[in-house]
Ligand binder design. Structure first.
Ligand code: PMP
Length: 459
């Protein structure tokens, strides 16, 4: 920042903008990277530097940047009907078509869709609809959610409470809704020495059952989880995990809320994470790739059973008192419909599967044996490398995150945007990426990795 002109965009940013998920003092010193435009898997800053967007923005730009069809879809809808809401029996065509389409492409039991503007609002909505449903069927004490340590479900007061990450709780006085966090299903970190993936899954299902029994099943409303955990560090579940977790939920009438804000729309090489892991949710939460984030939009899908309970109750008390001004926004829904057309027409789910295999293979081939790499993991087009000080002991660096930040900074210098989650380096490129582009991304990353780790002596 020291050499930025006083009236530059960088200086004005530092003067006026409070950044999300940023160290505010560090930001004053280094200033922002102002992204000006994007094309395909690449973005360009206002000084003309080009970056491969290895994170698809925030795990979300499925069809890549600069997709004219999405701009045209937004423009057409803006001219026809720029805004309407879904309160008191009003509707609009793009929202109806999108709801129909989502019900058609997601697991069978899901029958109705409620739209919000963000994943956090969608998870808040899921919590409220579960509570409302349980009140409607007379289960007034059934309110507690069970989430996992290390999970990310958003940052509003309620969804932030479900999130199981200290930075999202500390000094925000969260959690404040009734929530219990159980063990993170990450085999590398939390399995006992010698414990198989299946045995670890069994232990976690037993822990869930014990948690439910200890609190009393009549107080436990739902279990929430991402099929593959994303923002917490890209953690695929161990073998058999979801089957065992689902069985416990069914046994105690605990609803299963599946958060596919990252997994949804092809990220794992299947339409949804539910397809990949064989999950049958009562509630499904979608966002991000639904519009490739060209417009803010999220969706909550509920089973017919939940819908019938909600409908009966709202008829009794006169209305379902929940909704957002910009929910079911026609422009966002029109962009989503066009985006889903593109994903279908270009076979991007299949591309994520095929190119994803290449990404997973190449990451392991190039980095798994490195003395500072504890684990390389992922499925489809989402992956992470976990950096450790001592590979054999799986010992983390002290302090955690310093090397991750150095890799993150070096990656910018080398022209690739990745994410450092502590010392876990995440990759989540747009679904349009080719094998050749994956190689280019990893070449740049390898240079950044060597630069950041030069001189570090592994234990
Ligand atoms: N759930 C998951 C799994 C997420 O990854 C995110 C955002 N990264 C959210 C919810 C919250 O979405 P938003 O940022 O749109 O509120």
């Amino acid at each position: 920042m020291s050499n930025a002109l006083p009236n530059s965009m960088q200086a004005r940013d530092v003067e006026y903008l409070l950044h999300a998920v940023t160290n505010a003092r560090r930001h004053e010193e280094r200033g922002p990277i102002v992204i000006e435009r994007g094309q395909g898997i690449r973005v360009f800053d206002d000084e003309g530097r080009e970056y491969i967007e290895g994170m698809a923005g925030l795990w979300s730009v499925a069809v890549g940047f600069g997709e004219k069809r999405l701009a045209d879809a937004a423009y057409r809808q803006l001219q026809k009907l720029p805004y309407y809401h879904s309160f008191s029996h009003k509707s609009n065509e793009p929202a109806i078509l999108l709801a129909e389409r989502l019900v058609g492409m997601t697991p069978e039991r899901l029958r109705k869709v409620f739209f919000t503007n963000s994943g956090s609002e969608a998870n808040d909505t899921a919590i409220k609809l579960v509570w409302y449903f349980n009140n409607a069927r007379g289960h007034h004490a059934k309110k507690t959610f069970i989430a996992r340590q290390g999970a990310y479900h958003g940052i509003t007061i309620a969804s932030g409470s479900l999130t199981g990450l200290p930075t999202n709780h500390r000094d925000f006085d969260l959690p404040i809704i009734p929530v219990k966090h159980v063990t993170c299903p990450h085999h590398y970190r939390y399995a006992d020495p010698g414990e198989s993936e299946e045995a670890f899954s069994t232990r976690l299902a037993d822990e869930l059952e014990a948690t439910i029994l200890e609190a009393g099943p009549e107080t436990i409303a739902a279990f929430i989880g991402e099929p593959l955990m994303g923002a917490g560090g890209v953690m695929p579940p161990p073998e058999g995990y979801w089957q065992k977790i689902q069985a416990v939920c069914h046994k105690y009438d605990v609803l299963l809320v599946i958060d596919e804000v990252i997994n949804g729309f092809g990220r794992l090489g299947t339409p949804f994470g539910c397809n990949y892991y064989g999950i049958d949710p009562d509630v499904l939460v979608l966002s991000k790739q639904i519009t490739s984030s060209y417009q803010p939009l999220a969706a909550v899908l509920i089973s017919d059973e939940i819908y019938q309970g909600i409908a009966d109750n709202s008829a009794k008390i006169g209305t379902l008192g929940h909704g957002f001004t910009a929910g079911a926004h026609p422009v966002a829904c029109a962009v989503a419909n066009e985006n889903l057309d593109i994903i279908e027409e270009r076979g991007l789910v299949e591309n994520a599967r095929v190119v994803g295999e290449h990404l997973q293979r190449e990451l392991r081939r190039r980095f798994a044996d490195h003395p500072l790499v504890g684990e390389v993991r992922g499925v489809g087009l989402i992956a992470a490398i976990e950096l450790v000080a001592d590979k054999a002991a799986k010992r983390r660096f002290d302090p955690v995150g310093k090397l991750g930040l150095a890799v993150f900074d070096a990656a910018h210098e080398q022209g690739v945007i990745i994410r450092a989650i502590g010392d876990q380096i995440a990759f989540c490129p747009p679904l349009i990426i080719t094998e050749k582009e994956v190689d280019e991304m990893l070449d740049r990353f390898a240079r950044a990795f060597d630069q950041a780790t030069a001189g570090l002596n592994p234990a």
